[in-house]
Design a protein. Structure first.
Length: 671
C-alpha cells in the first residue's frame, strides 16, 4: 500500500468472551505531510444559478439547470449521478475547461472567480492517464518541476520530488518507464506531476476508472490524504462501493441536470428517510441514491431538488432536517402518503451513532450565510497569488529548452520515429540506387532519370508527411492536459516540437540523397550535389509541415486518409506528368501551390541546368544528349533555381504558421 496511511489503522482488537470484554481503542495513523511543497492558500469554491446549454442539431439542450453548490477546503467531495446527469459537464465548468454556453456565478473564497488566477491555483487530472510513455518516473517529475517551479533551486526541487514520490508510493519506481507502470501507479503518477506546484484545488474525472478494488481504495485514500492537508479535492465518481463511499466527506449528487443532494455522506440516508425514501440496511447508499435518481422508485427528482434547494442548501453533520411541510414545492401531501392516509414521519436510520437534534430550527446551511466559515479571506488570496503573478512557472525561453530536450529524448527512444525511419531511408535508397544504377550521365536514359527525380520527391513527401501525421496527434491528449494545467505556453511547445524533429529528418534525408545520388551517377560536382540535396531537404520539411497541419486539424484516422488525397493535385501539377504549357490556363494557378513542382524543378535544374556538358550516349541518335533539350521539353529553360528555393521556404513558413493556428484553435475548441 502507498500512503493510504490516513486509512491504515493501528493494531485494533476487540475480543469478547463470556467473562470479559477487552477493548483496544482504534487510532488512525497520521498521514504523511508534504512539508517541502510551495505554500499555497486554501480555496473554497462556490457556485449559484449555474446552467449549461449545448446545441444538438438545431435544438438547444440544457444539461445543467440553475444548480448551486459549495465545495470546501480540507474536504474530499464526490460528484455523483446517473449517466447523462451532468457530472463531467459540471466538473469541466468548475475547472474552466469549458466556458462557452455557461451561465451563472462561480465564487472563489466568496469573491467572483478570476479564471486566469484560478487556473494558477488548480489542477485537472483527467480520466485517462495522459503520460509520456518514453520517460521514466524520475525524468517526468524533473521535467514537471523545471516547468512548474522553475524558480526553486535544484536541491529544493529534488527534495520536493523525493517527498512526493515517497508519499505516493512511487519512490521505488523512479527508474521505471511510465508506460510500464500499473493502472493504479499511473493514476498516482498523474497526481504526482501536478502536486509539484501544490495546487490548493484539484479536480479528478473518474479517478477510479479502470482500477481494481484494491487500487481504488489506494487512490481514494490518497485523495483523502491530500484533502486532509487543506486542499479542496473534487472528483466525479460513477458508483463507488460502500467502503469507498464512506471515505468521502461531502457528496454532491446530480439527476437530470438538477442537484438532488449536497452534504455529508453520513447524512444522506437520514435525509432520504425524511422524504419517505428508505434505504435498506443492507444496501449501498451510493447505489441507492443513483437508483432513486434514475427513477427506479418513482419520480422523486423534483422532490429532492426542492428539498435541497437545487444545491443552495447543504446538509452538514450535526444538523436537523427540515420540516417536511416547510419544504417549498412539496405541498402535495399525496407524495408523502404511506397508503393509509397518514404522513410518513422522518426516519433517522443509517447509523445508530448519528444523533439528530430535532430542536435545531435550521436544518440546512445556506451557502449565502457561510462567509464566516471561509478558511482564507480574499485579502490573503491576493497576498499569496498577486494579480501580476507570471502565467507559468518558468519563462517561455526556458520552457522552450526544457521541452526541446524532452522531445529529443522522445525521438531517441521512439523506435518508429527514429530507427525505423532511418532504416527505411537507407533501404529504399539502396533499392532505388540499384534500380537506376549509373543512368545519370547516360543521354539515352534521360526519361528514366526524370522518373528517378520525381520518385525522390514522392518518397520524401510521403515518409516525412506520414510519420508526422501518425505521431503528432498522439501528443494531443498530453498537450491538452499540460497546457490546460499551465505547464507551458503553446508557443514554447510548438517551437520546440517543430525544431526537435528537424535534425532527425535532416539525417535521414542526407543519407538517402547521398546513396541515390552517387549510385545513379548524377553529376559529380559538389555544387550540384549541394543544390540537389537542398531541394530534397526543403521538400521533406514542407511535407513534414503538411503533416503538422493535418495532424493538428484532425485525428489520425482522418489524417491518414485525407493527406494522400490532398497531395494528389500537388503531384499532378508537379511538371512531370504535364508540362506547364500544356496545363489549361484556368488550372495553372495550382502549379504555383505545388511544392512538389518546386522540388522537382530544383533537382532537375541542379542535374541538367547551369550549362552542363553534353551527356554520354552509346546510341546513334540521342535526342536528350544536350541537357538544355531536356529542360526545354520540361518547359524549364527559363526557370530559376533560386526562385524554387524561395518558394519552398515561403510555403514551409506558411504551413508552420497554419499548423500553429490550427493547434491553437483545437486547444480552444476542446476547452
Amino acid at each position: 500500500m502507498v500512503s493510504d496511511n490516513s486509512e491504515q489503522m493501528a493494531n485494533t482488537l476487540l475480543l469478547k468472551n463470556r467473562n470479559s470484554d477487552v477493548k483496544v481503542q482504534i487510532v488512525p495513523m497520521q498521514a504523511k505531510t508534504l512539508t517541502h511543497l510551495p505554500k499555497r492558500p486554501k480555496v473554497d469554491l462556490a457556485f449559484s444559478d449555474l446552467s449549461y446549454t449545448v446545441i444538438q442539431g438545431s435544438k438547444p439542450k440544457t444539461i445543467l439547470k440553475d444548480v448551486g453548490g459549495h465545495f470546501r477546503s480540507g474536504e474530499l467531495t464526490a460528484i455523483m449521478g446517473p449517466s447523462g446527469a451532468g457530472k463531467s459537464t459540471l466538473l469541466n465548468i468548475l475547472t474552466g475547461y469549458k466556458t462557452e454556453g455557461m451561465k451563472g456565478q462561480i465564487l472563489m473564497n466568496d469573491s467572483p472567480r478570476d479564471i486566469s488566477r484560478f487556473r494558477k491555483l488548480s489542477a485537472y487530472i483527467m480520466q485517462d492517464n495522459q503520460l509520456h510513455g518514453n520517460l521514466t518516473v524520475d525524468e517526468a517529475m524533473n521535467v514537471a518541476a523545471k516547468l512548474k517551479i522553475g524558480s526553486k533551486s535544484r536541491t529544493e526541487k529534488e527534495k520536493i520530488i523525493n517527498e512526493i514520490l515517497d508519499t505516493l508510493g512511487l519512490i521505488d519506481h523512479r527508474r521505471t518507464m511510465t508506460s510500464g507502470l500499473s493502472g493504479g501507479q499511473k493514476k498516482r503518477m498523474s497526481i504526482a506531476l501536478e502536486l509539484v506546484s501544490n495546487p490548493p484545488v484539484m479536480f479528478f474525472d473518474e479517478p477510479t476508472s479502470g482500477l481494481d478494488s484494491s487500487s481504488c481504495f489506494q487512490c481514494i485514500s490518497l485523495l483523502k490524504t491530500l484533502a486532509a492537508g487543506g486542499r479542496t479535492i473534487i472528483c466525479t465518481i460513477h458508483q463507488p462501493s460502500a467502503r469507498l463511499f464512506e471515505m468521502f466527506d461531502q457528496l454532491y449528487t446530480l439527476a437530470d441536470g438538477y442537484c438532488v443532494y449536497q452534504g455529508s455522506t453520513k447524512q444522506l440516508v437520514p435525509f432520504l428517510g425524511t422524504l419517505g425514501l428508505q434505504c435498506p440496511s443492507y444496501h449501498n447508499p451510493a447505489s441507492y441514491i443513483i437508483e432513486v435518481a434514475c427513477g427506479e422508485y418513482g419520480n422523486h427528482i423534483r422532490k429532492l431538488e426542492n428539498a435541497i434547494g437545487n444545491g443552495k442548501n447543504d446538509i452538514r453533520d450535526g444538523m436537523a432536517f427540515p420540516d417536511l411541510k416547510a419544504v417549498e414545492g412539496l405541498n402535495n401531501t399525496n407524495e408523502w402518503n404511506n397508503g393509509n392516509g397518514n404522513i410518513n414521519p422522518p426516519v433517522y436510520g443509517f447509523n445508530e451513532n448519528i444523533a439528530v437534534d430535532k430542536k435545531i430550527e435550521k436544518s440546512v446551511a445556506p451557502i449565502a450565510n457561510e462567509k464566516e466559515n471561509a478558511t482564507v479571506e480574499t485579502t490573503l488570496l491576493d497576498e499569496v497569488v498577486p494579480k501580476n503573478q507570471p502565467r507559468y512557472g518558468n519563462s517561455e525561453f526556458q520552457q522552450f529548452f526544457i521541452i526541446l530536450k524532452r522531445a529529443l529524448l522522445f525521438s531517441r527512444r521512439d523506435w518508429t520515429l527514429m530507427y525505423l525511419r532511418l532504416f527505411a531511408h537507407i533501404l529504399v535508397g539502396i533499392l532505388i540506387g540499384a534500380l537506376y544504377f549509373k543512368i545519370g550521365n547516360d543521354g539515352g536514359k534521360v526519361l528514366s532519370n526524370l522518373g528517378f527525380l520525381f520518385f525522390n520527391m514522392l518518397f520524401l513527401m510521403y515518409t516525412s508527411m506520414t510519420i508526422t501525421i501518425l505521431s503528432f496527434p498522439l501528443e494531443m491528449p498530453v498537450l491538452l492536459k499540460e497546457h490546460f494545467n499551465r505547464w507551458y505556453s503553446l508557443k514554447s511547445y510548438y517551437l520546440a516540437i517543430t525544431i526537435s524533429d528537424i535534425p532527425f529528418q535532416t539525417v535521414c534525408c542526407v543519407l538517402y540523397v547521398t546513396i541515390v545520388y552517387f549510385m545513379t551517377s548524377q553529376p559529380m560536382d559538389s555544387a550540384r550535389y549541394g543544390m540537389f540535396l537542398l531541394a530534397c531537404l526543403l521538400v521533406s520539411f514542407v511535407a513534414q509541415s503538411v503533416g503538422l497541419v493535418v495532424g493538428a486539424a484532425m485525428n489520425v484516422q482522418n489524417g491518414v486518409f485525407l493527406a494522400p488525397v490532398m497531395s494528389v493535385p500537388f503531384l499532378l501539377f508537379s511538371g512531370f506528368f504535364v508540362s506547364f504549357d500544356a496545363i489549361p490556363i484556368y488550372l495553372r494557378w495550382i502549379t504555383y501551390l505545388s511544392y512538389i513542382r518546386y522540388g522537382f524543378e530544383g533537382t532537375a535544374l541542379a542535374t541538367y541546368g547551369f550549362n552542363r556538358t553534353k551527356l554520354e550516349c552509346n546510341q546513334a541518335y540521342c535526342h536528350f544528349k544536350d541537357p538544355s533539350t531536356t529542360l526545354e521539353e520540361l518547359d524549364m529553360q527559363n526557370s530559376q533555381y533560386s526562385l524554387d528555393i524561395i518558394a519552398l521556404v515561403v510555403i514551409f513558413l506558411i504551413l508552420r504558421i497554419a499548423a500553429f493556428l490550427f493547434l491553437r484553435w483545437k486547444l480552444r475548441s476542446n476547452h
